[in-house]
Unconditional design. Sequence first.
Length: 317
Amino acid sequence: MKIAFLNLCHTDPAVVARAAKRLTNRDGFDMYVHVDLKSDITPFERALSGVPRVFFTNERVKVYWGGFNSITATIILLREALASPERYDYFVILQNFDYPIRGNDYIARFFTERAGTEFLRGCDIARTRDWHYARKYKIYNSRDDDFYLTKHSKARMYLRYASMRLRSVKTIFFNGTIREGERYDIHYGAAQWAVTRALAEYFADFYGTHPRFNRTMRRIQSPDEAYFQTVLHNSPYKFKCVKYDEPVARWLVNWRNLHYFEFPREVKVMTETDFDTIAAQDALFVRKVRTGASDGLLDRLDKMMDNNNMDKEGAVH
């Protein structure tokens, strides 16, 4: 089993390096890293310099929260991993603050036993009457610029808000179905996922051949929670998904794939007090962890994974 871990990063190189050292400590397990063009890549290069199975993308883009460039960055990662002489079986999306909670042997066995399964759930939100979901594509959204990175006067914020609402005159009657050759009902789900090589190739080709689809996705809210979900669940690959045609349910935690996270108002930063809860999960990864706040948790997770490897070898601990 060969796996490419694709990591979208912008900060905390220490966490990225710690995850990379653990995940690449097995033949056939490599990590590809896209560092946000707004961030200095040097600290990442320094932190990861001693990890031989880590590859930085040659191309980088500026990634903004809730913006379409997260999709472009993901495609960059997919294409570089697909171009590798290694024929990866699975491609796993990670996002900076993710960390494994299972050892590499477990991860390899997990995917081997489920070979051919796509781990990218999503629910159909096209034509929904639930404004919680409808606003994601009916209200014009634009985040791919530096506007929200600095403070602005109330007047300027109002003008920005008014501009978005004015542009929404053209989108408010959009029913959530994109037509470009085929029809694509917008689906919603978590931004962290894992797919087979066949689907990764399908994603890379789709991105390059569907400009109208891309333009529509560029102005919806949080495209990383809709783009790949929509492509998959409007394709024959949906029948290979771990779940498909699921009823609509609110909140991101209902659509977790291989990550455990908590989302009361925003994704919670996990600490050592969360260890027992995390250790009891059947997930492969936890989100989100940070240097300083999560150090004790990461130490205990490392010890748990190392002990599990020793148990497998018959050692006593």
